[in-house]
Design a protein around this ligand. Sequence first.
Ligand SMILES: Nc1ncnc2c1ncn2[C@@H]1O[C@H](COP(=O)(O)OP(=O)(O)OP(=O)(O)O)[C@@H](O)[C@H]1O
Length: 251
Amino acid sequence: MPSPNRSLAVENISKSYGGGLPVLKDLTLEVLPGELLGVIGPNGSGKTTLFGVIAGQLSPNSGKVLVNGRDVTGLSASERARNGIGRTFQVPQSFSNMSVFENLLVGARFAGDLSHEAATLAVHGIMERTGFHGRGHLRAGDLPLLDRKRLELARALATNPSLLLLDEIAGGLTDNEAAEIAELVKEVNRQGIAVIWIEHLVHILTSAVSRIVVLGEGKIIADGEPHATMVEPAVRKIYLGMEPDLDAEHS
Ligand SMILES: Nc1ncnc2c1ncn2[C@@H]1O[C@H](COP(=O)(O)OP(=O)(O)OP(=O)(O)O)[C@@H](O)[C@H]1O
């Protein structure tokens, strides 16, 4: 029986593209309600594919995805969004010709059958939480990168998720900006939303999350408390010479 005590259960997922070699190989992962989980792994290890399978943009070849105990494997991406899965993308998806407020309103109206008034109220609350208070009129396309990343996060929040998937939300930011985004992610998580965060900036991730999963060639090769996980031999082997900030973190 599926347990409703898991925010997310990914069970024995395999996925290949167009009959090629499997990109995800019998992968199983559980996330607890309110957990803040980091996911790392080399380029091509299957991280974004895993998000696609969880959020419903991709169908697995085998296996199941359960959200809050409910099997959502057969649901479309938009049905899953209405069932509590929010997602950001590596390339921000906001409508550049629309204002911050309008972008968020689209998300809020889409997520549930909210009246215009209720959606407007929800959007004002999200702008307050994400640093857009008094700036809802700004055109999304004119925002600097940090604000576009914030808006990407805010758009996902507007769909009222219980599970938030962040795909390299800190990518391209300076270290200080990435630290600001990390604070925002932690604040969102403290409000009770479970988060899975893919990020290449390992030191930013390890400072924010309570657990790290390391993917290698479509499998989980390590899973646990961030600092202990990062020094496991299998993880060091993968990252040796690839991730200079690892040693900065542990020296
Ligand atoms: N639409 C697609 N069609 C065919 N192959 C794909 C497709 N998307 C991804 N792949 C392949 O699947 C593998 C895993 O890609 P994926 O993007 O999931 O990895 P990733 O860990 O997120 O990588 P990165 O860190 O570079 O974003 C790669 O070999 C990639 O080339």
